[in-house]
Design a protein around this ligand. Structure first.
Ligand SMILES: NC(=O)C1=CN([C@@H]2O[C@H](COP(=O)(O)OP(=O)(O)OC[C@H]3O[C@@H](n4cnc5c(N)ncnc54)[C@H](O)[C@@H]3O)[C@@H](O)[C@H]2O)C=CC1
Ligand SMILES: O=C(O)CCC(=O)C(=O)O
Length: 450
């Protein structure tokens, strides 16, 4: 498909030439540019200032070697990345991913998405992302520590509390953030809020652990209420993944009166018609770092099925993809629609393929895109930065209520932008446009040097 606007077509062709073969990045850019067709018609000032040509090019892309020694004394080499994509509205901000699939394309797609997501939160944060192809699975604690220390030894040269503030993502939780923070402090001899997602005893924020999952449900609840006068109460929910986002999405969905019947990991999924027992899942995933298949050995009446994609064939009212990019394709979308799904909200980053999104929109399924729906994590990271700057801590209730307010605002801003730009209810367009406009105006006012 080509763009209606020849200007946007040209921008996209340039991005394709410069980033050949980077499929995830090109997918993310294409989706945003498609949403900007009506903006280009209305805002010639932004076109003249070259905002769109500039926003698709990272301000800085850093790639580095990470060498470390495993428990057998063998030297291992991984590749580290940090993309500092856009700093128009604040210091670069975004997570670090440790997973064997990490490459330039994945880091750039995540960093690009982060620009608009962070803008939607209303907090002063630019877009960044980083990570490594290191696989924490099967590694000892000591190996993870040595890797994190080596990774931070290079990364520390490029980040800072007012420059670039990384956090967690897939494969990076409290343990990894702790090792990285310790190494940064050792190298720089300064105690600052250079990372978020820190432990509570050394500057972390209450509710950051829960924030992405809880935020996803606050957004979904607001979407159901505003668009269909409905709520989560009594709904059957399927959630993919069983990591940080999936676990706390499950917790909040249950608190709102829904029943979560399926969860997955990269090997397969569990189906529990009685509603999953979250204590068992937390024990397996957060404490033992085990496989989700363990669940059926501990809970009677539950089933385990090999293959994670089949989770989308489980009948549900609400589907929350919370695992990874492109995990929900057109065939899965059709299966969900045939089974009567009424809403899909993305907890993971870009989990639905473009064809799947099209199916949902065509079928009138309420669809909450990742940039808007999973922004609660980074929003609470922004609140952690504020608390660190004040050298103060808010209570769980204070942070949680700010998070809820931010998620409800994001829904309304995205919805209103979709209406203003002629696509009422299309939250993909609404979120992209609302996120873009704030950054675009800031870039315009700051001149062309960036
Ligand atoms: N942690 C955070 O605050 C935020 C995370 N996200 C996104 O949410 C997603 C999940 O991240 P986390 O929960 O933090 O990571 P995590 O590392 O805690 O958990 C990831 C989970 O997904 C599973 N998984 C991986 N590939 C899968 C597949 N193909 N099918 C099913 N399960 C699969 C893993 O087994 C693991 O259970 C990612 O896309 C991440 O970028 C987005 C916003 C914030
Ligand atoms: O909390 C953060 O800074 C990072 C969150 C993140 O990586 C994301 O929103 O995808």
């Amino acid at each position: 498909m080509s763009f209606k606007s020849t200007y946007l077509q040209g921008v996209y062709e340039n991005v394709c030439k410069r980033n050949a073969g980077e499929t995830e990045f090109l997918q993310a850019v294409r989706e945003v540019l498609e949403s900007l067709e009506p903006v280009v018609e209305k805002r010639d000032d932004l076109v003249k200032a070259g905002i769109i040509d500039r926003i698709v090019e990272p301000e800085r892309f850093i790639q580095f070697r990470v060498s470390w020694v495993d428990d057998n004394g063998t030297v291992q080499v991984n590749r580290g990345f940090r993309v500092q994509f856009n700093s128009a509205i604040g210091p670069y901000k975004g997570g670090l991913r440790l997973h064997p699939t990490v490459c330039a394309s994945v880091i750039k797609f995540l960093g690009f998405e982060q620009i608009f997501k962070n803008s939607l939160t209303g907090l002063p944060m630019g877009g960044g992302k980083g990570g490594s192809d290191f696989d924490p699975k099967g590694k000892s604690d000591a190996e993870v520590m040595r890797f994190c220390q080596s990774f931070m030894t290079e990364l520390s040269k490029h980040i800072g509390a007012d420059t670039d503030v990384p956090a967690g993502d897939i494969g990076v939780g409290a343990r990894e953030i702790g090792y990285m923070f310790g190494q940064y402090k050792r190298l720089r001899n300064e105690f600052t809020g250079v990372l978020t997602g820190k432990g509570l005893s050394y500057g972390g924020s209450l509710a950051r652990t829960q924030a992405t999952g809880y935020g996803l449900l606050y957004f979904t609840q607001e979407m159901l209420k505003s668009m269909k006068k409905d709520s989560m109460a009594g709904k059957t929910v399927v959630i993919s993944g069983s990591g940080n986002v999936a676990i706390y999405a499950t917790e909040k969905a249950v608190e709102m009166g829904a029943k979560v019947v399926a969860l997955s990991d990269s090997n397969g999924y569990i189906y529990d018609p009685n509603g999953v027992n979250l204590d068992v899942v937390k024990q397996i995933k957060e404490v033992e770092r085990g496989r989700i298949s363990e669940y059926v050995k501990r809970v009677s009446g539950a089933e385990y099925h090999e293959g994670c994609k089949q989770i989308w064939t489980v009948k549900c009212d609400i589907a929350l993809p919370c695992a990874t990019q492109n995990e929900l394709d057109q065939e899965s979308a059709k299966a969900l629609i045939a089974n009567g799904v009424i809403a899909v909200a993305e907890g993971a980053n870009m989990p639905s393929t473009p064809e799947a999104v099209e199916e949902f929109l065509k079928a009138g399924v309420m669809f909450a895109p990742a940039k808007a729906a999973n922004a609660g994590g980074v929003a609470t990271s922004g609140l952690e930065m504020s608390q660190n700057s004040m050298r103060y801590s808010w209570s769980f209730e204070e942070v949680d209520s700010k998070l809820k307010g931010i998620m409800e605002n994001i829904f309304h801003n995205a919805y209103n932008a979709s209406k203003e730009y002629g696509a009422e209810g299309n939250l993909v367009m609404g979120a992209n446009i609302a996120g873009f406009l704030k950054v675009a105006d800031a870039m315009k006012w700051q001149g062309v040097a960036y």
